[in-house]
Design a protein around this ligand. Structure first.
Ligand code: AMP
Ligand code: ZN
Length: 111
């Protein structure tokens, strides 16, 4: 499968890794939207949150995101984003959680 994030997980494409364990890894977004912008992905390919059925993997990803936030020193606050499928604006079809912080992010949702 020709998947960018699988290639990063398999060390075929370089990335600025900040954390990893047996099931997940985290690396800096190449186009950061905030001082801290890290992507947390499963090592094994899952298209998006829509296809995620492995509850243990879901927990591992969330735990990874929280670990990254702490390692980045985001005690003032941060945001977790999972753009999902077309209407969610997902560009890379390998499940990834955005950990974003390091500045006030404002309100994202209307209302
Ligand atoms: P999205 O699928 O819209 O949730 O976002 C995909 C994210 O992947 C974007 O924020 C991109 O900047 C990021 N991205 C794309 N290619 C790379 C790469 N080679 N290394 C790190 N981040 C990347
Ligand atoms: Zn993949």
């Amino acid at each position: 499968m020709d998947c960018l994030f699988c290639k990063i997980a398999n060390d075929e494409i370089p990335a600025d890794k900040v954390w990893e364990n047996e099931t997940c890894l985290a690396f800096r977004d190449i186009r950061p939207q905030a001082p801290s912008h890290v992507l947390v992905i499963p090592r094994l390919h899952v298209d998006s949150l829509w296809e995620l059925e492995d509850v243990a993997l879901a927990g591992a990803l969330l735990d990874g995101a929280a670990r990254v936030a702490r390692a980045e020193g985001l005690e003032a606050g941060w945001r977790l984003i999972a753009n999902t499928r077309e209407h969610g604006g997902q560009e890379v079809a390998h499940l990834h959680l955005h950990v974003v912080g390091g500045k006030p992010l404002g309100r994202m949702l209307p209302g």
